[in-house]
Ligand binder design. Structure first.
Ligand SMILES: *Cc1c(COP(=O)(O)O)cnc(C)c1O
Length: 223
């Protein structure tokens, strides 16, 4: 795990790109470091990783400022749900927010980016399985929501993100997300995790979010 697992995933992504007629480097590996402490993250940064994902603002705040002091060009992605009272801190800490999914969040993010004079890359999270417990806009509302974010708040939504339901073939969800991204002219597709990132690349992912395949299993109460 750690450094060697990171290299394995990087190699694997390269092979998948080649096998699917994708350009080398087409897919950004977002290393998901949630729940893992700084001393387990540092070897992976040392191995060359620069793009990381965290799902909690508070946790990211406790880990990443010290890592950024030692390393240039870290790109941090928020991949978990965002509450509006954490928006200011999120805009400070992160470079990319992948989980825009409601008007209130779009509004506070727009306001904070202006206030902090900082422009983040933004993705809309889509609940491709229409699961009641899951975050994200419904597929049928996605195009309208993206247009709304762009027109009302001037947000440059550049990608879509999804987390397919646990016990379903992820391929159909990747297909749906790809189709929606074409409809709303979003360049980036964040889909695929440890179990299915190869498949996601086959379906056109530009970002894969890989945690346990690099760091090992997380405690089960911390999905
Ligand atoms: C935890 C998490 C991941 C990483 O999952 P693994 O199966 O450990 O690769 C990816 N995306 C999101 C949104 C996550 O919360």
């Amino acid at each position: 795990m750690g450094k060697s697992a990171y290299h394995d995933v990087v190699n694997d992504i390269e092979i998948c790109e080649k096998n699917n007629g994708r350009m080398n480097g087409d897919t950004t590996l977002v290393v998901v470091s949630k729940t893992f402490p700084v001393d387990e993250i540092l070897p992976v940064v040392n191995a060359g990783a620069r793009t990381f994902g965290e799902n909690r603002v508070q946790e990211a705040a406790s880990k990443w400022p010290q890592i950024r002091e030692q390393f240039d060009k870290i790109e941090l992605h928020l991949i978990g749900p965002l509450q509006s009272n954490k928006a200011a801190q999120a805009v400070q800490l992160f470079d990319v927010i992948q989980t825009i999914d409601r008007e209130k969040i779009a509004a506070v993010i727009a306001r904070e980016m202006k206030k902090q004079n900082k422009s983040l890359q933004l993705f809309v999270q889509v609940n491709t399985g229409s699961e009641p417990q899951k975050a994200g806009v419904l597929p049928e509302n996605t195009t309208e929501f993206v247009r709304f974010c762009r027109e009302k708040y001037g947000l440059q939504i550049s990608g879509l993100m999804c987390i397919p339901p646990n016990n379903e073939d992820p391929g159909q969800h990747f297909t749906l997300l790809k189709r929606l991204s074409e409809e709303c002219q979003c360049q980036y597709l964040s889909m695929g995790m440890s179990a299915d990132y190869r498949l996601a690349i086959e379906f056109g992912a530009t970002h894969v979010r890989v945690g346990s395949a690099i760091f090992g299993q997380r405690p089960t109460n911390n999905q």
